[in-house]
Design a binder for this molecule. Structure first.
Ligand code: F6R
Length: 261
């Protein structure tokens, strides 16, 4: 695991955007895995800015999002499809038909999950997968107790997640109770995982992910098994790490100076 600790959230999200940009700029047919949530807003803001500065195109890029709420139509303003269009796809030259999210309104959600996995495999897997971190240690919507060997499937959202994401649902718009999400094994199959977490509220999940046991109580701890995982965190999120001095020694200022994983 490469642990890059940077001064603040702005630098962390810019760094993550740069990793995505480099993959898009340097691969003939890049395949990106994408996340949603508050932290990612800034990653996409930086990615759009880097795109506007020129020099690369998304025209050959395909994307797969980690998850989608069950029961929300694509055009629902709270769907992750709307989030992605609004915050990234509308501003870049990607072909919208190359952007994939699980269909949370499918009449056969089990089949939908299987065919989502198939689509990822047909494109030869994800070159890089962007991840956020839940306060409870979730990645995608793999909540605590998720199987570390899981593939895309339906999950009930935990009470913690419902509490954290309630703010995105206002008025009569009730928050769904279930989502369809890539599994932990789907995530581990990506060739590079890049997780971004910022702020003090993530510090205990960050500690469990990096320094805790590999256990389903903290699904993100499964990344310890990945051969090419990069964790980008700000100083606040890193504040409770026991070996913070070592991580900073290996990658001063979050610079990726060594090829260590
Ligand atoms: C959503 C997803 C989630 C979020 C996580 C952090 O697609 O993958 O795992 O990344 O809940 O969300 P924020 O950044 O809002 O704290």
């Amino acid at each position: 695991m490469k642990i890059l600790i940077v001064e603040n959230a702005e630098i962390a999200t810019e760094k993550a955007a740069k990793i995505l940009k480099d993959v898009v700029a340097n691969s003939p047919n890049p395949v990106l895995g994408l996340a949603t949530g508050g932290t990612m807003l800034n990653v996409y803001k930086h990615l759009v800015k880097q795109y506007e500065q020129g020099g690369f195109s998304f025209s050959n890029t395909s994307t797969f999002n980690l998850d989608e709420y069950i029961g929300l139509k694509e055009q629902d303003p709270s769907s992750y499809r709307s989030y992605m269009n609004k915050n990234l796809f509308d501003y870049i030259d990607i072909k919208i038909t190359n952007t994939h999210l699980p269909n949370g309104t499918s009449t056969d959600l089990y089949e939908e999950a299987i065919s989502y996995e198939k689509k990822i495999n047909e494109l030869n897997g994800m070159d890089v997968l962007l991840l956020g971190l839940g306060k409870n240690g979730h990645i995608g919507f793999n909540e605590p107790s998720s199987s570390l060997g899981s593939y895309t499937r339906i999950k009930r959202l935990s009470q913690d997640t419902c509490k954290a994401n309630k703010k995105y649902f206002t008025g009569n718009n009730k928050m769904p109770t279930h989502a369809i999400t890539m599994g932990i094994q789907t995530i581990l199959d990506a060739r590079h995982c890049v997780l971004v977490a910022t702020g003090t509220e993530k510090s205990s999940a960050v500690r469990d992910m990096i320094e805790g046991a590999i256990a389903s109580r903290c699904p993100a701890s499964a990344l310890q098994l990945h051969r090419n995982a990069t964790v980008i965190i700000d100083k606040k999120a890193a504040s409770t790490l026991s070996y913070i001095d070592d991580y900073l020694y290996i990658h001063p200022d979050g610079d990726d100076v060594l090829l260590s994983h």
